[in-house]
Design a protein around this ligand. Structure first.
Ligand SMILES: [Zn+2]
Ligand SMILES: [Zn+2]
Length: 99
């Protein structure tokens, strides 16, 4: 069961040290739905929303394919991109934030 249902809550969820406030939508029939306050993307788990806010929402892609111009927001996106687009090439991602 989700720890947090579709109500507003404050404080610090156990899986994060951050203090953030999320107001989950008013539709009480949608249980365990966490909506991004910025882009309205919804997640089943708070963790998913948290990851979205931290790495995805409003962020430029951070990981680059070393073999072409492709860039993704997650390392795993680049890995699967290489597997399907660059056969027999080394599979790794360039982290543009670690230059
Ligand atoms: Zn978002
Ligand atoms: Zn590529």
């Amino acid at each position: 069961m989700p720890l947090y249902s579709s109500t507003c809550y404050g404080g610090t969820p156990p899986i994060t040290g951050r203090r953030r406030r999320f107001c989950i939508g008013s539709d009480s029939s949608v249980r365990g739905t966490f909506e991004c306050p910025k882009c309205r993307k919804t997640y089943m788990w708070y963790r998913g929303l948290q990851r979205h806010l931290e790495y995805e929402c409003g962020k430029a892609p951070r990981f680059k394919c070393p073999h072409c111009v492709y860039a993704g927001k997650h390392r795993s996106h680049v890995y699967s991109h290489i597997k399907s687009n660059h056969h027999n090439r080394p599979i790794y991602a360039l982290d543009i934030l670690q230059d």
